[in-house]
Design a protein around this ligand. Structure first.
Ligand SMILES: *Cc1c(COP(=O)(O)O)cnc(C)c1O
Length: 372
């Protein structure tokens, strides 16, 4: 019997044309430049390939969470501006300068440590000042912003390129919090302009704010999730033209008939009720499949239940409703098959989490196949 195996057993397919199209659509909607946020391995899609595609599509900036990610991009030959949105250790500030990486500053002490690390070097560190307008995470408190901006601007070690904030609840547009944060930030921008301290880039909006709060777009928007065709929340008016960019596939690697009363997988959370046809697929919790009962996959264009506990690298399917299934058949965990589709959003709902966690959890060990 011919078996449809190829090089990969479990892999991700990433459609870079869809990604580029999503980038263009978001740029049009925003009416402002989009800074793709590609932290966490580009939300599981693969950092370097995604960055290259977006740079080719015209992105001038990208955002990551850590300097390690920024350095991976530079080592891959990415030339666009990079902003590290999270904490950068003072020990790595010289590397940031050498590699033309922008870092986020939000604290007097830390900024002083950066200045000390730079010492009398003639090259400047490019920074964006982050303001906490309500998120309660990184950011200088609003009442200290002016003092902090002056402090930073007076230091010859720094070149201030941006001023930004981050919203806590932009994905819940009916709540008042985002407008409160936006008002605070707008006041600060006004005051900063009044004092002649305005950096060239003011930015605030993540994907949800870009779509839900047009007034939050300022000079640039920072989009992660929406670029990958996923909606930040059910309450977000998500354009239908934005399409998911990722599929997660594996193959049936074994099929067996197990007799009545046979246990399946660790802990025997499943016993056959009769003779049952049980399949094995090569996807487990180490690939990002949540270790829980009740998962589903697509096989032969149908939704098929995963049974028993999820193992590290494998799990089992109940195949009685798909008698035509054969070893080697393609199995879809995320994406389309025939007329059926499983989205990261749908999985997130079942798992009691958000689609961000589902795609970020897709393990680095899985090969990524890029469609251009
Ligand atoms: C992750 C992140 C974003 C992007 O958020 P999305 O909801 O994925 O668009 C923007 N800004 C900051 C500071 C972030 O940490």
């Amino acid at each position: 019997m011919f078996m449809n195996f190829d090089n990969f057993t479990t892999w991700l397919e990433i459609n870079l044309r869809t990604l580029t199209e999503n980038y263009r659509i978001l740029t049009t909607i925003a009416g402002k430049p989009v800074m793709p946020v590609i932290k966490a391995n580009a939300y599981g899609h693969g950092l370097e390939e995604v960055a290259r595609a977006l740079e080719t599509a015209g992105a001038q900036w990208c955002g990551v969470a850590r300097i390690e990610e920024a350095l991976m991009l530079r080592n891959a030959g990415i030339l666009m501006n990079i902003l590290v949105l999270g904490f950068t250790p003072p020990q790595r500030i010289r590397e940031a300068i050498t590699n033309r990486i922008n870092v986020t500053v939000y604290d007097f002490n830390l900024a002083q440590q950066y200045a000390d690390a730079i010492g009398n070097s003639t090259s400047k560190l490019n920074v964006h000042v982050k303001v906490d307008t309500g998120m309660g995470r990184l950011g200088i408190p609003t009442h200290q912003v002016l003092e902090f901006l002056k402090f930073i601007k007076e230091k010859h070690e720094f070149d201030v390129q941006g001023l930004f904030t981050h919203f806590a609840c932009a994905d819940e547009p009916e709540k008042p919090y985002t407008l409160e944060q936006l008002n605070k930030f707008s006041e600060i921008v006004k005051e900063v302009e009044h004092q002649g301290l305005r950096p060239s880039l003011i930015h605030a909006a993540n994907s949800a704010a870009t779509l839900n709060f047009p007034d939050s777009r300022f000079d640039m928007v920072r989009c992660g999730l929406a670029l990958f065709g996923l909606s930040p929340s059910p309450e977000t008016k998500f354009p239908e033209s934005l399409q998911p960019t990722l599929s997660w596939k594996t193959r049936l690697v074994s099929i067996k008939n197990l007799p009545l009363g046979h246990g399946v997988s660790y802990g025997f959370r499943y016993f056959t009720q009769k003779q049952e046809r049980i399949g094995v697929i090569a996807a487990g919790y180490a690939d990002g499949l949540r270790r829980r009962l009740g998962n589903h996959v697509l096989l032969q264009g149908r939704r098929v239940p995963v049974i028993g506990n999820i193992c590290m690298d494998q799990c089992m399917l109940q195949l009685d409703k798909v008698p035509e299934a054969r070893e080697g058949d393609e199995v879809v965990l995320i994406g389309k098959q025939g007329n059926m589709q499983i989205t990261a959003t749908e999985i997130a709902k079942e798992w009691g989490t958000i689609s961000y966690e589902v795609v970020c959890g897709l393990a680095a060990r899985m090969p990524r196949e890029y469609k251009r």
